[in-house]
Design a protein around this ligand. Structure first.
Ligand code: XLS
Ligand code: NI
Ligand code: NI
Length: 430
């Protein structure tokens, strides 16, 4: 029996000439591209928080959405899960993601939080079994409750650190129980508002130890998934310690975790950090820490993490190009950490937002695959570096290089980077 999405049909692939809005035009899950089905390339996930927990507020106004499950009882939490699985059935995407606070109401204390989490994850686990929908990642919400206003791992009060650590333990347990393929840590409040009241050095140490404990515990319980940090430069905190991929890598090195932890890169966070999405993905791949993506864009004027569904094929294509070049996802996937605009009130709005986003991503991925199969882009890049193929310069020192340049009379001649020509090539595929 339908609890929320009455009369909305299951979405199927009908090709670009489909007439209904309720159809995939490009996302054909079974279509094989570069030896893999689209569904296995893209590994789509619905985010529980934006889809089912977010009330539609903004800084100037509160709730606009009316959902029958809004409230703080376990019965409402189960109704929310029923609606979520109804959406999953309509979309047919393989995965979902959650925070503890999205799926259970806040309890009086840690013990009640944990028992509620146990209860609701039993309920969700049973639904996963019958539907086949899987968990891409679980995470702990360590930023909404007022106890975390000055940080979780980086809080000046050790009791808050302890509460947060205990909460991560219970969320890792829940993620393992549901067969999650990753566990994410996003440190929205791990940073500071002003140095006047902040011991930056100490807070960094606390965050490092907290992450080590998380990795140690995941090994202890035999969690097979990847542990991922989600970088973000600011918002809600003025300055966040996990600023971007490069900053996170330095942090992991500092605490001996560069082989243990990878990154979950969000498009909007990359933009906030002054990077492109593809830059962050390429850098993570180069450093060996690429894990997963949150595919939601920002508004380029507002300078705020507006979490909109993707709708720009050329942008998405460049992101998937870097992912394909890195060998594709292993444990990771494409999570829509995206919310509706607050005037999009209807059940069908939530369905169509995902349908459009999945089509955009499928087009982007197929464009990227087309570029790689065509080979000219990669051939041009290889040709640009071809001089290095025969060179032993990297084994020499400055003296011997100077001698080599003097005796050979080397005088390099600049060559075109051919950017516009390559951009023209890319545009033929998107
Ligand atoms: C917020 C983050 C958050 C994480 C999960 O900006 O993107 O939604 O993905 O905690
Ligand atoms: Ni975000
Ligand atoms: Ni995110």
């Amino acid at each position: 029996m339908s609890v929320y999405f009455h009369d909305i049909p299951a979405i199927t692939y009908q090709g670009p000439s489909a007439t209904s809005d309720f159809a995939y035009r490009y996302y054909d899950p079974e279509r094989v591209v570069m030896g893999k089905r689209l569904k296995d390339h893209l590994r789509f996930a619905v985010a529980w928080w934006h889809g089912f927990a977010w009330p539609g507020g903004d800084p100037f106004g509160g709730q606009t959405f009316e959902r029958p499950w809004f409230g703080d009882t376990m019965e409402q939490a189960r109704l929310k899960a029923d609606a979520a699985f109804e959406l999953f059935g309509i979309l047919g995407q393989p995965f979902f993601c959650f925070h503890d606070a999205d799926i259970r109401p806040e309890g009086e204390d840690f013990a009640e939080n944990t028992s509620r989490l146990d209860e609701i994850t039993d309920y969700i686990g049973a639904k996963m079994e019958t539907t086949g929908t899987r968990l891409l990642w679980g995470t702990a919400n360590l930023f909404t409750h007022r106890r975390y206003m000055a940080g979780a791992a980086t809080n000046p009060d050790p009791d808050v650190f302890a509460f947060a650590a205990a909460t991560v333990k219970s969320c890792l347990d829940a993620t393992k129980k549901l067969g999650g393929e990753n566990y994410v840590l996003w440190g929205g409040r791990e940073g500071y508002e002003t140095l006047l009241n902040t011991d930056l050095k100490r807070e960094r140490q606390q965050a490092g130890r907290f992450l080590q404990m998380t990795v140690e515990y995941s090994k202890k319980i035999g969690f097979n998934g990847a542990i991922l940090i989600e970088p973000k430069p600011q918002e809600p905190t003025k300055h966040q310690y996990d600023f971007d991929v490069a900053t996170v890598y330095g942090f992991l090195k500092d605490f001996g975790l560069e082989d243990e932890v990878k990154v979950n890169i969000e498009q909007g966070h990359a933009i906030l950090a002054g990077h492109s999405f593809e830059h962050e993905i390429a850098l993570a791949a180069a450093l060996g820490i690429f894990g997963s993506i949150d595919m939601n864009r920002n508004d380029y004027q507002s300078g705020w993490d507006t979490d909109q569904f993707p709708n720009n094929v050329p942008e998405v294509a460049l992101a998937y190009l870097e992912i394909l070049k890195a060998g594709g996802f292993t444990t990771g996937g494409t999570n829509f950490d995206a919310k509706l605009r607050r005037q999009s009130l209807d059940p069908e709005d939530l369905v169509l937002a995902h349908v459009g986003a999945m089509d955009i991503c499928a087009r982007g991925l197929m464009a990227a695959a087309g570029l790689l199969e065509d080979g000219r882009l990669e051939a041009a890049r290889a040709a640009r570096y071809a001089g290095w193929d025969e060179s032993d310069l990297m084994q020499l020192d400055l003296d011997s290089i100077a001698e080599h340049v003097r005796s050979k009379g080397t005088n390099p001649k600049p060559r075109s980077g051919r950017q516009e020509r390559l951009e023209n090539l890319v545009n033929r595929f998107v």
